[in-house]
Structure formats: structure tokens, C-alpha cells
Design a protein around this ligand. Sequence first.
Ligand SMILES: NC(=O)c1ccc[n+]([C@@H]2O[C@H](COP(=O)([O-])OP(=O)(O)OC[C@H]3O[C@@H](n4cnc5c(N)ncnc54)[C@H](O)[C@@H]3O)[C@@H](O)[C@H]2O)c1
Length: 358
Amino acid sequence: MTNESQQQMHLINHKDLESFVVQILIGNGTPQESAAIVAKCLVSADLRGVDTHGSNRIPSYMERIRQQALNASATPTLRQVTPVVAQIDGHNGFGFVAAHQGMARAIEMAKDFGMGMVSIKHSNHFGMSAWLVKQALDAGMMSLVFTNSSPALPVWGGKEKMMGVSPIACGAPSGNAARPFILDMAPSIAARGKIYKALRRGEKIPTDWALDKNGDRTDDPAKALEGVMLPMGGPKGSALSIMMDVFSGVFSGAAFAGHVTNPYDPSKPADVGHFLVAIRPDLFMTMDEFKERMDYLYKRVTESEKMSGVDQIYFPGEIEMITEEKRLAEGIPFADAEIASLNKEADLVKVEHLRVQE
Ligand SMILES: NC(=O)c1ccc[n+]([C@@H]2O[C@H](COP(=O)([O-])OP(=O)(O)OC[C@H]3O[C@@H](n4cnc5c(N)ncnc54)[C@H](O)[C@@H]3O)[C@@H](O)[C@H]2O)c1
């Protein structure tokens, strides 16, 4: 047990967490196979230290099921459009389930034809994009993983919530001498969770993180939470967010242009869109050559000369992989309040409470 941010923290074994999440999902009408996919993706985020997109999302997802805003038993349907293109209708089921099926199909097409592209409509929030990049990596594939999301960012020059903080993710395998490349980044300067943390600690925030509700820059976390997040890199982050909407929303037939519903809003379906591509890395050279080149890139990046104050240079996704190795061995830290909120969900469906390792 540790103390972090004035909260008691407890360690949870990832297998215990995964089976607990599966039971809650099944208790809320999710079929076993879908529950296993959703739980694995959420716990994967917990393991990688992406705590904002892990099992703590269960209460909001379950509320959406209870309010019939999300159909837990929906089965996505797939339409093959060309030999390398497929479209999935998620039928308002879990985004995790539709996207998992979509990436599996993209991988099959890539095995046969070099690449596969899947567009998904009528879906829901799929959490941390990196789990899809990992699904492709497990099959030895490079990937692009795009999604749109509910409005949280203004477009550059604007002050109203318009575009989503929609993550851009992609990956490529490496050889034995390097970690794989896993980029997974939201186009905002700072995660909203960092503003909540500053609020809890009574700290100010940098003035480039957010605008208050009047559209003015603020260093007050409470005012920032009433306003909007700012895109990273000014107009460039705003453009990346619009790009996610073009490929995932406009192109797929899902909601777009600020019309995706927030995952914490249980009043109506979200209609999220996703765009997935799997690519075989050995299209232009042997797989061994590709991996050697990735290993060389990793070495060049991580061994480049450091600026002052930097101890180590990491490859994209590397910090999360190190966290995952640690958490697989030691357990995943959860705060008292987070465990209580998960156990409340367990009580609602008469499931045993989460087992805690002290
Ligand atoms: N589904 C959705 O609608 C949605 C919306 C927003 C965010 N998300 C998820 O939230 C998560 C967090 O996103 P984020 O933008 O806050 O991530 P982040 O800023 O923590 O990391 C972004 C990227 O930068 C890399 N990185 C971070 N620090 C580094 C360092 N010191 N050296 C080298 N590389 C480094 C990470 O490995 C990662 O690839 C993501 O998993 C994303 O998919 C999902």
C-alpha cells in the first residue's frame, strides 16, 4: 500500500482485475466473448500506465448500458468492399469489440494483399488506441489507428468545444535489439487528468493548456475545467484533430463535426467512427531487413546526444512498455476511491469485490 497525491493506493493483480471486469460486463448483459475483449483492452491500458483509459472507465460505460445509450450485446457486421477494404457497422455496441474485429480483418487482408483498411461507423469509445497497435504488432504488422471523439478542443482561433481530443496512433515491429514503435498521442497539450491533479493539489497550471469559459487563457485549474483544452502546436494540433474527424467520421458515415456524444453522457448513442490500416512490413525488403532497420533507428534515436537535464531518451511507447513490465510483476496501483467506485458496480450486479494485494 502506498500514498500518492494524498490518496491511499493499493496494488491489484492484472489477472484479478481482468476477471473482475469481465464479471461486471457479463452482469450488465455483455456476451462472454465481447466481455473478454473489453476487459483485456481496459486492463492493457491500466498495465501501460494509461490510467485515464483503463478499468476506471467501467462505471461510465455501465451507466451508458443501463441508460440504453450503448448496446452491450450488439454484434458488429462486416461488409467486404474491395479485396483490401472492409466496412464495419458497430450497431452501437462497444467500440472495443467493433475495432477488435476490424483490426483482425485488416490483418487478414494485409497477410493476403500487403495491406488492409477497415472503416467503422456507429461505434463507441474504444479507450486507449495503443491496444489496437499492439493487436497488429502481435501479428507482425505495421498499423495506423485513427478514431474521432466527442468535442473537447476548439479549432485554432475558436473558443467553443468542436473537435475531439482524438488520438493518433500507429506502430511498427522491431527486431530483438529494440522495442517496437508505438505512437499513441492525443492532439491536446496536456491530458485533462493533469488539470484535475493540479486542482486536487491546489497548484496553478501553465497558461497554454486550456481556456476558461470566456475563451481567455487561464492558470486556474477550476476555470480550465469549465472551458476548453488547447490543441498542441496551435493550428497544427487543431489540424490533426480535424484530420481524425475526416478519416474516422466523414469517411465512415459516423457522426462528425462536433456531433459525437461524450462517453460520460449516457443520454444518447455516441456514433463514433474509426479508421484502421494494417500493413505488412516486408513489402519492399525481407522481414529481417525491416527489423534490422527498425533496430538501427531505435539505437540512433535512443543513443542520440541528450540535452541538459535529460537522463534517458525513449522511443515512442517505450515508457508505457517499461510501466507494463513493472505492473505485470508488481500489480496495478488503484486509489481507494477508484476501488470503491468499481466495487459499487460489482454490488449492482452481485459480483464479488475486487481482490486487493496489500
Ligand atoms: N479513444 C479516445 O477517444 C481517446 C481520447 C483521448 C485520449 N485517448 C487515449 O489517451 C491516452 C493518452 O494520450 P496522451 O496524448 O495524453 O499520451 P501521452 O502524452 O502520455 O503520450 C503520447 C506519446 O508520447 C510518447 N512519450 C511520452 N513521453 C515521452 C518521452 N519522455 N519520451 C519519448 N516519448 C514519450 C508516448 O510513448 C506516446 O506514444 C492514449 O492512449 C490515447 O489513445 C483516447
